[in-house]
Design a protein around this ligand. Structure first.
Ligand code: R1P
Ligand code: MN
Ligand code: MN
Length: 405
């Protein structure tokens, strides 16, 4: 029975990649800098001491990090025995964004350039905002700038609830984000505005529109909710998810925002969940009922959105430790033929300047699927994961990537 589980730890990079300098990210290292901070007593909010990831360590995470960076992170002792297959992968895609990373790991790298809104203020063309205001019948928009999604709520959240104008902002990513209050503005209305924006943004080649609903009464307690929704364009070629469904009549279960990121292509079932524990529970549930030719794919978004972009080192470390504590539950449920792959879509070093993603190698940590424990070495593209899944399920091969199976 062929069943694969792919866990994407969103933004969990393991060291600046060879091309990081071109992104201003030379020296970035999400895992390494978190471990260093923990060992140096600089990540003790809500947790304590050196970074403790015993289960990931046994699967080879820190070996992969050492191979990718040439150093062992501070406070880390490499375990004598490694039971997983571990490597690190370079991104071939031109961007360091979420869709590029996800599509590439499914065998479809993004070799074209996305559109970007490069101006940090008055970021959007007037013709675009005017069309959005008219078509969505808005009293206007706020923001129109590059911003961190939590900071901009502090700055404009109250004005939004007073005026009814949604907050539109972007970043170094190819995104158009719309924040609005779930009750004052209305969640369904926000989704409709996003759908209109999605259409209007097609000529600009913008990868994603993101609905950013929030609740709360004032600046002090505004908080974003789990009702975030990503409106992505479709991948430029069939991913391994689509091949599994179309060629093998397989089942692809999306947990969390996976379905949104693949624009619902190649997904047979969607489960939404908010927070690490709920996402992990949903993954275990899906595995329980999964039959032959099943792929379960989960995105753990909080590493990125709650901690990486927020530059919250303690929070990121605590989230990693929470993930690691849950891992044995999954390992105990794996059947001999199952293939588990843990990876990431880009980096987001919480010690780095700014609030953006960082161009990094991602871990490729595997168990099962007939793999022997030990190193998978440096992988030239995340698409090696997609190619390996294609081989595992017996679909036609992907155009990119080399199977490690
Ligand atoms: O600051 P928030 O709203 O979390 O935005 C982040 O999330 C978006 C998608 O990754 C990017 O634009 C990034 O800047
Ligand atoms: Mn991401
Ligand atoms: Mn992000």
């Amino acid at each position: 029975m062929k069943r694969a589980i792919v866990l994407v730890l969103d933004s969990f990079g393991i060291g600046a990649s060879a091309d990081a300098a071109a992104f201003g990210d030379e020296g970035a290292d999400t895992l390494g800098h978190i471990a260093d901070a923990c060992a140096g007593g600089k990540a003790n909010q809500g947790r304590q001491g050196p970074l403790s990831l015993p289960n990931l360590a046994r699967l080879g995470l820190f070996h992969a990090h050492a191979d990718s960076t040439g150093r062992v992170a501070e406070g880390v002792t490499l375990p004598a025995e490694v039971v997983g297959s571990y490597g690190y992968a370079q991104e071939l895609s031109s961007g360091k964004d979420t869709p590029s990373g996800h599509w590439e790991m499914a065998g479809v790298p993004v070799l074209f350039d996305w559109g970007y809104f490069l101006d940090t203020d008055s970021s959007f063309p007037v013709s675009l905002t005017e069309a959005l205001i008219e078509q969505a019948r808005l009293p206007g928009i706020l923001g129109n700038c590059h911003a961190s999604g939590t900071t901009i709520l502090e700055q404009l959240g109250e004005e939004h609830t007073r005026s009814g104008k949604p907050i539109c902002y972007t970043s170094a990513d190819s995104v158009f984000q719309i924040a609005a209050h779930e009750e004052h503005f209305g969640l369904e209305r926000l989704y409709r505005v996003c759908e209109i924006a999605r259409e209007l943004l097609m000529p600009y080649n913008i990868g994603r529109v993101i609905a950013r609903p929030f609740t709360g009464n004032s600046t002090v307690d505004f908080s974003r909710t789990g009702n975030r929704r990503d409106y992505s364009i479709a991948p430029p070629a069939p991913t391994v998810l689509q091949k599994l469904v179309e060629e093998k009549r397989g089942e692809v279960v999306s947990i969390g925002k996976i379905a949104d990121i693949y624009a619902h292509c190649g997904i047979t079932r969607k489960v939404k969940a908010t927070g690490l524990d709920a996402l992990f529970d949903a993954t275990l549930d899906a595995l329980e009922g999964a039959g032959d030719r099943s792929l379960i794919m989960t995105n753990f978004v909080d590493f990125d959105s709650s901690f990486g972009h927020r530059r919250d080192v303690s929070g990121y470390a605590a989230e990693l430790e929470a993930f690691d504590r849950r891992l044995p539950e999954l390992l105990a449920r794996l059947q001999p033929e199952d293939l588990l792959i843990m990876t990431a879509d880009h980096g987001c070093d919480p010690t780095w300047h700014g609030t953006e993603h960082t161009r990094e190698y991602v871990p490729v940590i595997c168990l099962g699927g007939g793999l022997s424990p030990g190193t998978l070495g440096r992988r030239d593209t995340f698409a090696d994961i997609g190619q390996s899944l294609a081989r595992y399920f017996g679909t036609s091969p992907m155009d990119y990537g080399t199977s490690f199976l």
